[in-house]
Ligand binder design. Structure first.
Ligand SMILES: Cc1cc2nc3c(=O)[nH]c(=O)nc-3n(C[C@H](O)[C@H](O)[C@H](O)COP(=O)(O)OP(=O)(O)OC[C@H]3O[C@@H](n4cnc5c(N)ncnc54)[C@H](O)[C@@H]3O)c2cc1C
Length: 335
């Protein structure tokens, strides 16, 4: 069904990049619509509940290196959306590496960040974008449920492998650049443990070895749970090998690798599959301009880096670029 309204910008993807872009553009007084394929925004910042316990099954925390992002994070801390969690982690031998690097988490979970960013935005969930076509100096955006939306500009803030199938034609150099961006899959195992305090110290263990790369006790982040709610992240090699295997096979292969810390065989467990979890190869650019007129820009981690911080800043930078291309006024408020 075709909509009559023409937005200044449509943002495809409601992860931290897309929501940051949308807020930045909305701050200029522009009309903005976010189209998100999932049932709720957040992307890889997600805090599902299992039997009353809350887990982060995507990014468990983030770090800050950019002073611009630090200012945003400071405001999030002041409004209670984020808090500093820890400045260290536990090595496989049980000793703590107090590296002094602040690691921040959402309150109560990482999904608090996209929830706060989405406030006041027009976000349409369950809207999987299948195509973006230029027609008469603007874009028509098509979704899988046969809806059509019109906008003067579009920001694609989805994992880059989703981009080519949405577009009719892309300059071959840009296409090559986008194709060079690579992601790794990741399997996360969420476990409601029977042990009282399976992950010592601050609640992050980097176990080493070929199976598990990180064990995080969400309870230690202050997330609501009456038992230890632990997320185990598997290595890229393991995730690739076991991505399509049944849950039982995945869990059986992980039990031995983490037995030093917890007894997975007695825990209530659930497996999450992220096909595009961590960026392996980035082009380290704030955004990629696919078209200047009408503006069509690609943003998110992958383009800009590998982490939450770079995804958020990429969204903001892409929105600023679109604002300039459209000749819109500067944003009146900061993110
Ligand atoms: C298990 C795991 C651990 C991680 N650990 C860390 C960490 O410790 N520190 C850190 O900084 N980062 C970490 N990351 C990476 C971090 O989560 C990402 O860099 C960041 O969240 C990416 O944000 P984004 O908005 O670019 O993409 P996403 O969060 O992927 O958002 C893209 C959105 O687009 C939507 N979408 C996709 N296709 C379509 C479509 N066709 N139509 C409409 N919508 C669509 C998706 O549903 C999604 O909501 C981790 C990620 C995972 C999965």
């Amino acid at each position: 069904m075709k909509r009559d309204q023409r937005y200044d910008a449509i943002i495809v993807g409601g992860g931290v990049a897309g929501l940051s872009a949308a807020r930045q553009l909305q701050g200029t007084g522009s009309s903005v619509l976010v189209l998100e394929s999932n049932l709720s925004p957040g992307g890889r910042l997600r805090s599902p509940r299992i039997e009353g316990s809350v887990f982060d099954d995507g990014a468990p925390f983030f770090q800050v290196h950019d002073v611009r992002f630090q200012r945003i994070v400071d405001r999030w801390i002041a409004s209670g959306i984020v808090r500093e969690w820890t400045r260290g982690y536990v090595r496989d031998d049980g000793t703590v590496d107090a590296d002094g690097e602040p690691r921040y988490c959402g309150v109560p979970g990482m999904s608090a960040i996209p929830e706060a960013l989405a406030e006041g935005l027009s976000v349409r969930c369950n809207a999987r974008v299948t195509a973006v076509r230029e027609e008469g100096g603007a874009y028509t955006v098509f979704t899988s449920d046969a809806q059509e939306f019109r906008a003067v500009s579009v920001i694609l803030a989805v994992p880059v492998p989703h981009v080519p199938s949405m577009l009719h034609k892309v300059d071959s150099l840009i296409e090559k650049e986008l194709q060079s961006i690579r992601y790794a899959p990741l399997l996360t195992i969420l476990a409601l443990c029977t042990e009282d305090d399976p992950v010592p110290g601050p609640g992050i263990v980097q176990p080493g070895g070929p199976v598990a790369s990180l064990i995080v006790d969400n309870t230690k982040k202050g997330m609501p749970s009456d038992r230890s709610a632990v997320a185990i992240h598997t290595t890229t090699a393991f995730s690739r090998q076991f991505f399509d295997r049944p849950d039982g096979v995945v869990i059986a292969a992980v039990v031995g690798a983490v037995e030093k810390w917890l007894d997975l065989s007695r825990a209530r467990v659930q497996v999450t599959r992220w096909p595009h979890a961590r960026v392996l190869q980035t082009i380290n650019r704030p955004y990629v301009t696919i078209s200047k007129s009408p503006p069509l820009v690609c943003a998110g981690d992958g383009v800009a880096g590998t982490r939450v911080e770079q995804a958020a800043m990429s969204g903001i930078d892409a929105a600023e670029h679109v604002r300039e291309l459209l000749g819109l006024p500067e944003a009146s408020s900061e993110l």
